[in-house]
Ligand binder design. Structure first.
Ligand SMILES: [Zn+2]
Length: 300
């Protein structure tokens, strides 16, 4: 089992989150997302507000697709020194990127705010952006959080639950602290398995034993419950391992109580856009200004 875990960890580290890195920009309206009534509110108020459920009419898929997308950034490793692969960003670049967002007047939003905007047309703060972190890496707590704290930013952490408490990954206590401080915790499956390969019934090895499970429940529902118990808060958002999704997976995710699911930069599903929300991976070479440019071109 130890060997299996070692192999899995290496595979996960090497693979990171990305599978579909090719970017296909969707054409969507370039109308601004600002709401004038929020313009005078302070930065701190804006980043943590409007997370409550909103009642009222629910938009259909076409309306959701017509609403301008919020730029969603996807981070993995934040490293000292020079990045070695496409899923690493240097600490210096990360700091420049946070500063560039703050200096340019961006406000971080959380998934509930994005959902309310897409589904109910609720206003967002001016220049909204979402910062997401995949795979439970420890430096997302020890390096990213303090940097976000400087600017009153909040992040979204997609947790692969098998890694919790392991060396170089976040602990339960760190995840709880993130939730307590107003960051959002989402699921990134149990073991970083691709959702297009999950089966209704499959035999898996779990804690040294072979067990038969419905993998959808095991990877989506069990992780949701585990994270909810850990944080004391609802866990209603999901990120696809490797960014890979399939049409068949979308209702399975919805049925298990998730409101939004985040992919990478493929075109959104025409029928279930809430389950194919777009993100871009922050590239190792991007300065703060470079990242702002990439955001603008990818989320027109
Ligand atoms: Zn991942």
């Amino acid at each position: 089992m130890k060997n299996l875990i070692a192999i899995l960890c290496v595979a996960v580290v090497l693979a990171g989150c990305a599978g579909n890195t090719a970017e296909k920009n969707e054409s969507s309206s370039s109308a601004t997302l600002t709401a004038s009534k929020n313009d005078s509110t302070s930065k701190n108020d804006l980043t943590v507000s409007d997370n409550k459920p909103v009642s009222g009419p629910v938009a259909d898929a076409a309306t959701i697709l017509s609403r301008p997308q919020v730029p969603v950034l996807c981070y993995h490793h934040i490293v000292a020194g020079k990045p070695k692969n496409a899923y690493e960003v240097s600490i210096d670049n990360f700091k420049s990127q946070m500063k560039a967002l703050a200096d340019s007047g961006y406000h971080t939003i959380l998934p509930d705010q994005y959902y309310n905007y897409l589904v109910h047309g609720t206003a967002l703060p001016p220049k909204p952006v979402m910062l997401t972190y995949d795979d439970t890496d420890e430096e997302q707590f020890s390096i990213a959080k303090p940097e976000m704290d400087k600017y009153g930013f909040k992040g979204v952490y997609f947790i692969m639950t098998i890694s919790i408490g392991r060396p170089r990954y976040m602990s339960k206590e760190q995840i709880k602290q993130l939730a307590d401080e107003g960051h959002s915790i989402g699921s990134h499956t149990w073991r970083h398995d691709r959702v297009d390969r999950l089966k209704d019934l499959n035999t898996i090895e779990y804690r040294g034993k072979k067990i038969e499970v419905n993998e959808w429940d095991f990877q989506l529902l069990n992780t949701k419950k585990q994270l909810e118990e850990m944080t004391g808060k609802p866990v209603e958002h999901f990120a696809y391992p490797f960014g890979i999704w399939s049409k068949q997976a979308l209702p399975k995710i919805q049925e298990r109580g998730y409101k939004l699911a985040f992919q990478l930069s493929e075109k959104r599903d025409p029928d279930m856009p809430l389950y194919t929300v777009r993100r871009i991976i922050v590239a190792p070479g991007w300065s703060g200004e470079g990242m702002l440019k990439a955001m603008k071109s990818s989320f027109k």
